[in-house]
Design a binder for this molecule. Structure first.
Ligand code: BES
Ligand code: MN
Ligand code: MN
Length: 452
């Protein structure tokens, strides 16, 4: 089983990089063929290079339906020289598999597929397969596994607009998040949304000699950094008019729950963040800043001269990629308009300033008061000895708001660990977590079927 996981992880399915489009297709086919062997009806939908895999398990009449969502695409692996072993040569060390995509999300998708495999009726002592014959799972299972989660989920989103009945189910299971801490499984009650854009500033026809023109000519970089600085004050408050007015603060009950979670600000800062201080709106607790407040982060600034040595130039153009994380009541569309207005207001008359939006997602809140959540709790209790803690997460999974549109409860409950380093060098998944995931999700399928 470990070998299979490593084969899947070795495929460099980096969705954002055209050089890797064929690898995205290969990863989809690897998974699709695997699901076909488990007697699923598999289709590749919406794109040659980044297809959504739809896999429908053997019909189990009269039993509930579980929809499984996940993604086979991964983030770019750079900086490559910071990896102890190459990102697409999965390597096992100390019970962990190191590879890009190990925890986000291939290893987690793999755990659900193996859970589905493990509880079929032809396996000794598992499943009932009522009326569906040998090889039948205990419930109806449909998979929707996409290849563009890391780039905004366009293909899947269009598919669900065309065919909204694809999200009709009794529960949606998403394993793409970590435990709260080792031994502490979690069900997320909220994810932040995102609004990702790029600001471009032009101040002259072309670059200029900084001696001949410096003192009179406008500088694109200077103009850009003034605009960026104007978007947030030094104490962490985002200066976009109206932004905070809309923010819905979590209930006192929810916040009190977070205060009871084991959380050490000092070790979070030193060991996880690796910094000398934490920033943001200091009057709110850290978990509230991470889970329930909007952010504005600059991801990179380019333009001008950054090569070896020195060059005396006044850059004519500069650009910055940035994003806001969104919390309940802030929508991608609305915030994109607010940000555009704020940037225009900060732009000096002499500069051409434009902003393009690259992708976005609305935030989600999940009500965990229904039967499927009791069952995932029971599955975790049996395997891990503890119910899933209710937390939120600061990350985004763009399609989640659409997965719940037909009313199915969306269970955001993954098997990663907080130190998995997703999106970073030396990403890993702990193998013990994968095997636990196989048991937990397998139990969940059985419990959904009524096999308490
Ligand atoms: N699996 C993550 C999101 C995540 C991680 C949520 C941990 C909660 C806890 C997902 O693959 C991801 O990285 N999403 C992107 C979305 C974006 C690229 C549209 C993100 O959050 O940056
Ligand atoms: Mn993910
Ligand atoms: Mn990711």
């Amino acid at each position: 089983m470990q070998e299979e996981l490593c084969t899947f992880l070795a495929i460099p399915s980096v969705s954002t990089d055209p050089a890797h489009y064929p690898d995205c297709r290969r990863a989809a086919e690897w998974l699709g063929e695997h699901l076909e062997q488990l007697r699923c009806a598999v289709e590749y939908i919406g794109s040659e290079t980044h297809p959504v895999i739809s896999a429908v398990g053997p019909a189990v009449p009269g039993k509930p339906t579980v929809l499984v969502y996940g993604h086979y695409d991964v983030q770019p692996p750079d900086p490559l020289d910071e990896w102890d072993t190459p990102p697409f040569e999965p390597t096992v060390r100390d019970g962990n598999v190191f590879a890009r995509g190990a925890t986000d999300d291939k290893g987690q998708v793999f755990a659900i597929v193996k859970a589905f495999e493990a509880v079929r009726a032809d396996r000794a002592g598992a499943g009932t397969g009522a009326g569906a014959g040998a090889g039948a799972p205990p419930v109806n299972v449909r998979f929707l596994i996409e290849g563009q989660e890391e780039t905004g989920s366009d293909v899947l989103s269009e598919l669900l607009d065309r065919e909204p009945e694809r999200v009709e189910a009794d529960a949606v299971l998403v394993s793409d998040t970590p435990y709260y801490a080792p031994g502490w499984p979690a069900v997320e009650t909220g994810l932040r949304g995102i609004c990702y854009g790029e600001i471009t500033v032009r101040t002259a026809k072309s670059d200029l000699h900084s001696g001949l023109y410096g003192g009179a000519a406008p500088n694109a970089h200077e103009t850009l950094v003034r605009i960026l600085a104007g978007l947030k004050s030094a104490n962490g408050r985002i200066r976009i008019p109206g932004l905070y007015d809309a923010v819905a603060r979590p209930s006192k009950r929810e916040r009190d729950g977070w205060k009871k979670l084991p959380f050490k600000e000092r070790s979070f800062m030193r060991d996880e963040v690796g910094s000398k201080a934490l920033t943001g709106l200091l009057r709110y607790p850290v978990l509230e800043r991470l889970w329930a407040l909007p952010t504005l982060d600059i991801h990179g600034i380019s333009g001008g001269f950054t090569g070896e040595g020195a060059k005396t130039v006044i850059p004519a153009q500069a650009s910055a990629k940035l994003s806001l994380r969104l919390v309940p009541n802030l929508t991608y569309k609305k915030v994109a308009r607010q940000l555009t207005r704020a940037v225009k207001a900060l732009a000096p008359k002499y500069a051409d300033v434009k902003i393009d939006f690259i992708h976005g997602a609305d935030p989600v809140l999940v009500d965990t008061d229904s039967r499927p959540f009791e069952l995932i709790d029971q599955a975790f209790r049996e395997v891990e000895g503890r119910d899933a803690t209710r937390t939120r997460s600061g990350g985004s999974i763009p399609i989640v708001s659409e997965l719940g549109k037909a009313g199915a409860p969306v269970i955001l409950s993954g098997i990663g660990l907080p130190d998995d380093r997703l999106h970073a060098p030396n990403e890993k998944i702990n193998l013990e977590q994968v095997w636990k995931g196989v048991r937990v999700f397998g139990r969940f399928f059985q419990l959904m079927s009524g096999n308490g």
